[in-house]
Design a protein around this ligand. Structure first.
Ligand code: CMX
Length: 134
């Protein structure tokens, strides 16, 4: 697969609105967008730092992936998203090497990206998102 950059780092928070205060007032970053991603059961907020973004994630459903993560581990870094050149090829490449994918067709993510996740059990404990904006 061809990764071009770290697109974003996903951080699970209990309350996006409260977390935005910290990122804006303490770290001096600017939240430039918020978006609900129905398919992932999350409310997101984005901050840009050069080529990379911080994505805050609040669950919209207690049993959504971020809700379950916070229940088990608490708030914190949830995933790293790599931008790839060809997401379908990246899926085939990962599968052909025995990597477990959580979904093997691209799903709609925030900001118009198509996304897939590699299971943390196949990656050394890190939930990895591959994403591409077509
Ligand atoms: N990072 C690292 N490890 C994680 C993890 C995460 N974010 N979430 C779960 N795990 C680990 C668990 O700790 C567990 O490990 P152990 O068996 O050693 O305890 C293992 O993965 C399986 O966890 P689980 O509780 O049985 O499985 P879940 O039902 O919680 O599902 C996962 C985990 C990764 C499959 C699920 O969260 C998922 O499908 N994620 C992809 C979708 C997603 O995260 N969407 C939200 C972001 C959307 C966006 O950015 O737009």
């Amino acid at each position: 697969m061809k990764i071009t950059n770290i697109e974003h780092i996903g951080i699970a928070v209990k309350n996006v609105k409260e977390a935005i205060n910290f990122y804006e007032n303490i770290l001096g970053l600017k939240c430039y967008a918020t978006e609900v991603v129905e398919d992932q059961n999350v409310k997101t907020a984005f901050f840009k730092l050069g080529q990379t973004k911080i994505e805050l994630l609040e669950t919209t459903e207690p049993d959504g992936p971020v809700g379950k993560f916070i229940e088990k581990k608490g708030e914190g870094i949830h995933h790293i998203a790599f931008a790839v050149k060809d997401i379908e090829q990246s899926i085939r490449d990962a599968e052909s090497q025995g990597i477990k994918l959580i979904n093997n067709t691209p799903h709609p993510g925030a900001e118009g990206f198509e996304i897939v996740f590699l299971h943390p059990k196949s990656t050394g404990g890190v939930l990895i998102e591959l994403c591409e904006k077509k």
